[in-house]
Design a protein around this ligand. Structure first.
Ligand code: UDP
Length: 244
């Protein structure tokens, strides 16, 4: 965890967090399926102050050809943060962090995507972070699942993602940027709710075994909230107001 800001009150005497939320309350989440006409599938997510757009292309031919697999399709993921997405301008060149996040998102999506249905081809997932405020990998992973579904890619389930963590000695749902910097732990989780399978679990910080268990349960609770909004986004696009 980053350096502590001693002036920041992460949890007040009434159990209210620095952004006004309760310990088990996620930030405001808005997911929209579609939006990019040149992509085969797309999605846009606002998760608190995070704003992320995802475009999916494919299944399509693999270039260079030697990267293709005759038995199965391949998934390629690029997570990219715009230089203006953070307070201190980010160098536009891919950072180690972006390479790591691209890899973990790809590995979190792979169990969901039926890659064996389209051998020799690739599905490309492009993630553009327009505004970042802590928890971009979870927001991006959730939006990528919707974009893949929007592209008609066969999937076993959607991956819904949300972080849990620890701040002021308390387990909290959906860690924001201040809590990430000044808190004690951050645990991003990706979860397939229908299959009850975790596909992403990272932990930055130190937890006792009991806190670890509570953090996983809290994160999964957040994923289930996200999952409902993912389904709602697809229902709204394909069935109008979602009531049809
Ligand atoms: N961040 C930043 N500059 C950077 C990279 C990250 O200000 O070059 C901020 C951004 O708000 C991001 C947060 O730090 O959401 C936490 O980053 P982390 O690596 O923990 O990934 P995330 O929580 O976004 O998945």
């Amino acid at each position: 965890m980053g350096g502590r800001d001693t002036t920041l009150v992460l949890l007040d005497e009434n159990g209210i967090r620095c952004d006004g939320r309760k310990v088990d309350e996620p930030r405001r989440i808005m997911i929209k399926a579609g939006g990019l006409k040149n992509a085969d599938g797309s999605a846009y997510i606002e998760f608190g102050d995070n704003k992320i757009i995802v475009g999916v292309f494919g299944p399509r031919d693999v270039h260079p050809k030697h990267m293709s697999n005759t038995d199965t399709g391949i998934l390629r993921v690029r997570y990219h943060m715009e230089p203006f997405s953070v307070t201190e301008r980010k160098n536009p060149a891919p950072s180690r962090r972006e390479i790591e996040i691209s890899k973990v998102i790809k590995e979190a999506l792979e169990p969901a995507v039926m890659l064996d249905k389209f051998p020799r081809t690739a599905v490309d997932v492009f993630i553009e972070v327009l505004q970042a405020d802590g928890g971009t990998r979870c927001a991006a992973l959730s939006a990528a699942s919707v974009a893949l579904a929007d592209a008609g890619i066969p999937m076993r389930d959607m991956v819904a993602a949300c972080a849990a963590g620890k701040a002021a000695d308390t387990i909290i749902l959906d860690v924001n940027n201040e809590e990430d910097q000044a808190g004690q732990a951050d645990m991003p989780i990706g979860y397939m709710p229908s299959l009850e399978k975790i596909t992403l679990l990272q932990l930055d910080g130190v937890l006792t075994p009991a806190e670890y268990k509570k953090c996983v349960e809290t994160g999964i609770h957040g994923c289930k909230i996200v999952y409902e909004l993912q389904k709602k986004a697809l229902t709204e696009k394909y069935f109008g107001n979602g009531e049809k």
